[in-house]
Design a protein around this ligand. Structure first.
Ligand code: CMC
Length: 364
């Protein structure tokens, strides 16, 4: 039987994440994601996903120190920065640096150690390229700041009292079972390729607009709508043209995506006057109350508005998603290869058989 898009197909057992798409619930190793987004930190949740247990105080301190130590890029990789064009997409920038970093990273450590190293360096790559491409002086990583605080500081050269909102968004985006990019990482891991290749492959999958790339399509779509009273007209036009409404719909959630619910509440509280937020809320209200295609807002609808309000450039939104999701990708790779099986599906051949090979001079 053919399962188009592998819909509903289970490819492995996992104890990392449980996604209940009927009731709109998401758990990381048994803990509701909203609780982690409210109470935990990037480092603690990452530790939890990678090690399978919440850290003690001293374990967390040591882990934070380790992530801070891994922040700087190797000098050779940094040298490449100044040769890059200044208009690259941030996902492509990550792919370039991770490919170089990966080639230079020896095979002497275990996978988890490598995963920690890669995740630690994501913000540095993004912030360095951001400042280089804007002609600004680079800001070196600071070890006294947390992972997310340091990222914001390296980008903008200042602290932001709303940084906790970005940290919550990153926690919500960190893991989501076998989504397309995680699956891409697992396909590569299952051939026993290296971890960096898994992440580069996952980045490519995440970039697409049906997956993480949707976050970059949302703000221009909201601007195209322009005002709350034009929502109905816009939705009807999309339906007529069979155009997807970005930030809505999900393969597994058949109700509210709990991450969207959380982020909407955050925006309501902190950016109630944001024009994009008001249009996004109206769009949600119209689509849900009229049961349009039975779709609901997904995480990208509101994460993109939050990223916008925090001042990040739009072509970095998918890379921000990746900065969090790299933890989930690598946690799954580590789990999968511990009981590895090459991922190699088949297709149902429906083409012709016994076709004659016609020499080129006889073809019309
Ligand atoms: N706008 C309009 N119609 C939609 C949408 C949407 N956003 N999502 C689903 N539909 C319709 C679709 O046209 C189809 O209708 P019909 O049966 O009449 O042809 C029906 O709903 C089923 O859709 P599907 O595309 O076959 O379902 P899927 O499970 O393959 O797609 C999806 C899931 C996420 C690709 C899809 O909902 C979509 O394209 N959404 C817009 C892009 C987006 O926001 N992506 C982010 C996904 S969540 C976070 C992430 O992974 O980054």
């Amino acid at each position: 039987m053919i399962q188009k898009g592998l819909e509903g197909v289970k490819i492995c057992e996992s104890s990392i994440c449980y996604l209940d798409g009927i009731n709109g619930r998401l758990y990381y190793r048994g803990i509701p994601v909203e609780e982690l987004a409210e109470k935990s930190t990037f480092e603690e949740t990452a530790y939890f996903l990678w090690y399978g247990k919440l850290p003690t105080k001293s374990e967390l301190e040591e882990f934070k120190r380790k992530m801070a130590d891994y922040r700087e890029l190797p000098a050779e990789a940094l040298g490449i920065l100044y040769h890059l064009p200044k208009n690259l997409h941030y996902i492509d920038v990550l792919k370039i640096f991770l490919s170089i970093h990966g080639s230079m990273d020896g095979n002497d450590e275990d996978l988890r150690e490598k995963a920690i190293r890669v995740a630690s360096v994501f913000p540095t790559i993004l912030a360095y390229y951001y400042r280089y491409s804007k002609g600004k002086e680079l800001i070196r990583p600071r070890k006294d700041l947390s992972h997310v605080e340091n990222f914001y500081y390296m980008m903008f050269g200042e602290r932001n009292e709303k940084i906790r909102l970005l940290e919550s968004a990153f926690i919500l985006l960190m893991e989501q079972d076998i989504n397309a990019s995680t699956f891409a990482a697992l396909v590569i891991a299952s051939t026993l390729s290296d971890l960096y290749s898994c992440i580069v492959g996952a980045l490519g999958a995440l970039k697409g607009p049906l997956h993480g790339g949707a976050s970059e399509k949302v703000p221009p779509m909201l601007e195209e709508i322009g005002s709350e009273d034009r929502v109905e007209e816009f939705v009807q036009k999309c339906l007529k043209e069979k155009r997807k409404i970005m930030g809505f719909g999900h393969r597994v959630y058949k109700t509210y995506d709990p991450r969207a619910v959380f982020l909407k509440r955050v925006l309501q509280e902190h950016f109630p006057d944001s024009k994009l937020f008001r249009i996004a809320s109206k769009l949600e209200e119209y689509i849900v109350s009229n049961k349009i295609k039975n779709i609901y807002p997904n995480v990208d609808l509101y994460s993109s508005v939050l990223f916008e309000e925090l001042g990040f450039p739009r072509n970095m939104f998918t890379a921000l998603f990746a900065t969090a999701r790299v933890v989930g990708w690598t946690a799954h790779v580590i789990e999968y290869v511990s009981d590895n099986k090459l991922i190699r599906p088949t297709s149902e051949y429906v083409g012709p058989m016994d076709v004659e090979y016609i020499p080129i001079e006889r073809r019309d």
